[in-house]
Write a protein that binds this ligand. Structure first.
Ligand code: PMP
Length: 399
């Protein structure tokens, strides 16, 4: 069974569909797959098997991937840990630090600041920290979905120990002023974690310039495999110590036990290497396509609103609201498009995305919101066809 891959590396879509949901997940880059494949088949060794060649070959792949991830982040190699993805990384940052502080200083109050528009893996982990006794505040964001450094500064308490803010929002694409928040954290000697899952490969991420102590990323948002991610933990100035989430055989310097997913990690490394060389050019191209899509839609649907900032936004994301035009009613006309909606109906109840409500959107407007996200294999022809489909679905009064 041979996968059909065109020269451009694009999987041809026989159904003539257009994938505009790169924020949800990205296709694996065939170059990444080529790197991964031997580690499923001939190089299947366990990197922890230090006494034979199978183990050494696997270990060499993991070492190479650690170098590649570190190079993309401006980190030291020993500051990179492999995980199962960003959900794990985000949980690890919050629980790992909380348990460490608790162990060092039992009974001392711990205040954690995060925002109202985080990914659910931070939101729900932060809620769970409350049950363990932490004081957690979910800061409001401005009307563009960004955390304002002044809001953070005003919310600090003498016992604030951790800030956790998303770098680039997964729903609305807004970019947070991470560098400013990083300076604030440093000046106040507070640990700083960022969920950079949607930032890596989209904006310049350098852990020292940003002043972050912990950073989370995920393979499947950067044309790498699903179920693998990396976690950055600062080693120097200051050295950050956190507790493991998993206990076991002591892999990853005892901080993340579990046999390392060698093919996944090799793929994640390759995905980072590709980004290091190509992201600047790729982002320019995708930004051009995103602007082409936005201007076509805006011209035909003047009431259309862009959520989030016009400039400080992810190059791939368009979050759009067309008041009075619920997306679910247009769905039959949108079957050929892969995109996300701003609210979901389950068991007869409409649940509005917490990000859109955090932005101040009403339930009605959230139901009229869709997220289009572009990527490595989006073409101008696809953008034009997608615009036509959207305009005919939303432009008519009969939806
Ligand atoms: N954080 C953000 C901002 C995300 O977009 C996602 C994926 N939707 C995650 C965390 C979770 O990542 P993973 O799928 O690797 O667990």
């Amino acid at each position: 069974m041979q996968p059909e891959v065109t020269q451009a590396g694009k999987q041809p879509d026989k159904m003539d569909r257009i994938y505009l949901d790169y924020n949800a997940t990205t296709p694996l880059d065939p170059r990444v797959f080529d790197v991964m494949k031997p580690y499923f088949l001939e190089h299947f060794g366990n990197p922890a098997s230090g006494q034979h060649a199978w183990g050494w070959t696997a270990e060499a792949a993991v070492t190479k991937a650690r170098d590649q991830v570190a190079a993309l982040l401006g980190a030291q190699v020993h500051e990179v840990y492999f995980t199962s993805g960003a959900t794990e990384g985000n949980n690890w940052a919050l629980f790992g630090l909380f348990h460490q502080i608790r162990a060092e200083n039992p009974g001392a109050p711990i205040h954690v600041l995060t925002s109202a528009v985080e990914h659910s893996s931070v939101m729900n982990a932060a809620r769970a920290l409350r049950e363990l006794g932490a004081e957690v505040d979910f800061l409001p964001v401005n009307s563009l979905g960004q955390v304002e450094p002044d809001t953070v500064a005003r919310a600090l308490k003498p016992h604030t120990r951790l800030l956790s803010f998303i770098w680039v929002n997964n729903e609305i694409g807004s970019v947070n002023p991470i560098h400013e928040i990083g300076r604030l954290a440093k000046n106040n000697q507070i640990y700083f974690h960022t969920d950079a899952t949607q930032a890596v490969g989209k904006v310049a991420v350098d852990v020292d310039a940003a002043g972050v102590d912990m950073l989370t990323l995920s393979g499947h948002k950067i044309y790498g495999p699903k179920g693998v991610g990396a976690f950055y933990l600062r080693e120097r100035r200051p050295h950050v110590t956190i507790k493991p989430l998993f206990f076991g055989g002591g892999h990853e310097k005892g901080l993340r036990s579990g046999t390392v997913n060698v093919p996944g990690v090799a793929g994640l490394g390759a995905a980072c290497e590709i980004l290091r060389h190509e992201m600047r050019e790729e982002n320019e191209r995708v930004t051009g396509l995103r602007e082409r899509l936005w201007s076509r839609l805006q011209a035909a649907l003047p009431a259309l609103r862009l959520n989030g900032p016009e400039h400080e936004r992810s190059p791939i994301n368009l979050s759009l609201t067309l008041p009075g035009r619920p997306v679910d009613r247009a769905l039959p006309k949108l079957q050929k498009l892969g995109f996300s909606t701003g609210s979901a109906c389950s068991a007869g109840r409409v649940s509005v995305s917490h990000v859109l409500s955090g932005l101040g959107l009403s339930e009605a407007d959230a139901a009229c919101t869709l997220r289009l996200s572009l990527g490595r294999w989006t073409t101008a022809e696809e953008v034009d066809r997608a615009a036509e489909i959207l305009i005919s679905a939303f432009g008519s009064d009969r939806i």
